[in-house]
Design a binder for this molecule. Structure first.
Ligand code: 4NP
Length: 160
């Protein structure tokens, strides 16, 4: 059996944006019957929330969309660059931090920005950090992730 395609979503704390991206992508992949072809995980560039469930505000906003977020926060490791086929970051700071950790030229090429998959957010060049925002910030992030994850799946489908 062919090896599954491995996707890693990365943000700063791994308690808001990237675990939400993981949950949204799991749903999008499941809806197309591809759950056994794609493996999905998330991580943060900062390890201070290690072991924690996603932020309760994000869990609540995701739950209202039928998504149960159970990921435990972890920090990205050098091993992730070898393990995963594609690493998708939420903003430019994540990109710089992840790029600095990337061990080889080959692994540099695995790093992508979530904004590359937006179809409905022409005014945004990143997924904004909702941590210091109100409820609308979390809804905006989920709207962006739902948009981008559909595009991302179409892009990786030929690679599965
Ligand atoms: P995330 O949000 O990167 O989307 O998980 C944040 C979570 C925690 C912090 C910042 C952003 N923090 O500063 O602790």
């Amino acid at each position: 059996m062919k090896k599954s395609y491995k996707l890693l979503f990365v943000c700063l704390g791994n308690i808001c944006r990237s675990p939400a991206a993981e949950g949204v992508m799991r749903r999008v992949v499941a809806d197309e019957g591809l759950s056994d072809r794609v493996e999905i995980d998330s991580a943060g560039t900062y390890g201070g929330h290690r072991g924690q469930l996603p932020d309760p505000r994000m869990r609540s906003a995701a739950s209202a969309r039928g998504l149960n977020l159970t990921h435990r926060s972890r920090q990205i490791t050098e091993g992730d660059f070898l393990e995963f086929d594609r690493i998708v970051v939420m903003d430019d700071m994540n990109y710089e931090n992840v790029f600095c950790l990337s061990p080889t030229r080959e692994t540099d090429l695995k790093i992508f920005r979530m904004r590359d998959y937006f179809t409905r957010f022409p005014d945004w060049s990143y997924v904004p950090d909702p941590y210091y925002e109100g409820h609308e910030g979390f809804e905006l992030v989920l709207d962006m992730l739902e948009d981008a994850c559909h595009t991302l799946l179409q892009e990786i489908k030929p690679l599965l």
